[in-house]
Write a protein that binds this ligand. Structure first.
Ligand SMILES: Cc1cc2nc3c(=O)[nH]c(=O)nc-3n(C[C@H](O)[C@H](O)[C@H](O)COP(=O)(O)OP(=O)(O)OC[C@H]3O[C@@H](n4cnc5c(N)ncnc54)[C@H](O)[C@@H]3O)c2cc1C
Length: 396
């Protein structure tokens, strides 16, 4: 396995680094997605769409950049290094690939440009109360009436549905068939009468997730992807894409750098924490884990570039990646100590947000700690990933 970068790769790194430095809109003064406006979240997306870099993994005919897997890796590293706002995955990485893989020509023409240009915001309507890990037991029903389907049910944990123009949604179309053979995949206009979005406020005080109620929602039959009752195939294809890139190695490196800065701050009471051998050991431990994860990710990439698609390795990357992300937020919380005041979610600011309990470096640390608990739950919980490894790798 050759893991060194070629001179062409190094030149590419320079090119993308310069582009980010010159074009990234520094609109965000907070790291929480729950605090950003729709326009804030789409600003970088739109700049990249104009440049032709917003969907590197898409086929060239739909706007993909044609980058190699190594170039995509370098791109992700450079974005993390510059702390760019992550692009929303729902259109670009989830439903987009489903549409260009399984959609008909009409659907490709109608939906792909809006996803690519950042005009249409998508949300994911998979989970329901009682159907998360066991997704195939979902109860939302779609009944065909002429050239429409009438959809009734409830979705939950629907990320950023408050901004969404469209939702991709799984619904049961044959009550008598086996669970996996009776699900269809619909594209639903969020302005359709009968859709209600209700916020779920999470423990960090953010409005990032929602419940979505569907009450006799009329969806044109042409908005169904592929064949009726074959939706599980498309749903699984999408979940495979959701897990790739979830290791977040480059962003964890940046988070460790921030952690070191906090621990080295002269503003700490007494000696800076970084001088405490025990705390230094904890940081070193997580850095070692991160290096091991990075090598595992590079090994997976090397195999992928030879055409061997990621298999159960993506479950290993998901578990270790999210454990490391959570560990870093735990250490940051430990480092800020009393200043991790939970009742000042937005830190320094205007009006209700004016109060902040500690120095600049403490802002957002507690909220980030709380927010990152989600990473071991979504994208298939870590327990479910352990089950996949047990079955696929260990043959249990
Ligand atoms: C912040 C956040 C954002 C999300 N965004 C979206 C979204 O946009 N769209 C969407 O559709 N969904 C979304 N989800 C939902 C997410 O996919 C589910 O939460 C996840 O699949 C787990 O399902 P559940 O919450 O119903 O928990 P359950 O499936 O009820 O699991 C509860 C616990 O039991 C464990 N468990 C369950 N089954 C097994 C098993 N067989 N073996 C071992 N342990 C098991 C789980 O690991 C978990 O710890 C989001 C979730 C979160 C937290």
């Amino acid at each position: 396995m050759d893991m060194s970068f070629s001179s062409a790769d190094l030149a590419f790194r320079e090119e993308v680094r310069t582009f980010i430095e010159e074009n990234y809109p520094r609109i965000t003064n907070t790291r929480s997605r729950g605090d950003m406006s729709r326009d804030d979240m789409l600003a970088w997306h739109k700049i990249l769409a104009k440049k032709g870099w917003v969907a590197p993994h898409w086929p060239a005919e739909h706007g993909g950049s044609g980058w190699t897997i190594t170039q995509r890796y370098i791109w992700n590293e450079e974005c993390a290094r510059a702390e760019t706002t992550p692009l929303l995955p729902f259109g670009l990485s989830m439903v987009g690939p489903v549409i260009y893989t399984y959609g008909n020509e009409e659907q490709k023409k109608r939906f792909l440009p809006g996803i690519y240009n950042g005009e249409d915001w998508w949300c994911q309507g998979y989970s329901e109360p009682g159907a998360g890990s066991d997704l195939a037991s979902l109860k939302t029903k779609a009944v065909r009436e002429g050239d429409h389907y009438i959809i009734n049910g409830q979705k939950t944990w629907t990320t950023l549905a408050q901004f969404a123009d469209w939702m991709f949604c799984l619904a049961r179309t044959d009550p008598d068939a086996k669970m996996q053979e009776s699900i269809s995949f619909f594209l639903i206009d969020m302005k359709t009468p009968g859709i209600e979005v209700r916020p779920i406020i999470t423990m960090d005080g953010a409005h990032e997730v929602n419940e979505v109620y569907l009450d006799n929602v009329k969806v044109p039959a042409e908005n169904m992807i592929g064949e009726e009752n074959k939706g599980w195939t498309y749903a699984k294809f999408l979940l495979g894409n959701e897990r790739s890139g979830i290791a977040g190695v480059a962003r964890s490196k940046k988070a460790i750098e921030r952690l070191r800065n906090i621990a080295a701050s002269e503003l700490m009471d007494g000696e800076p924490l970084i001088k405490d051998g025990e705390f230094g050991r904890k940081i070193a431990e997580v850095e070692i884990d991160l290096s091991a994860l990075e090598v595992t990710e590079l090994r997976t990439l090397a195999a992928e570039s030879k055409g061997q698609g990621p298999g159960p390795e993506s479950s290993i990357l998901k578990i270790k990646g999210t454990e490391i992300q959570q560990r870093i937020t735990e250490l940051a919380l430990e480092a800020v100590g009393n200043y991790a005041h939970v009742y000042a979610p937005h830190g320094k600011g205007e009006g209700d947000n004016a109060f902040t309990p500690g120095p600049e470096y403490s802002i957002g640390v507690a909220q980030n700690y709380q927010n990152m608990r989600k990473t071991s739950i979504y994208g298939g919980s870590n327990e479910i990933q352990h089950n996949i490894i047990a079955k696929m790798v260990l043959g249990l």
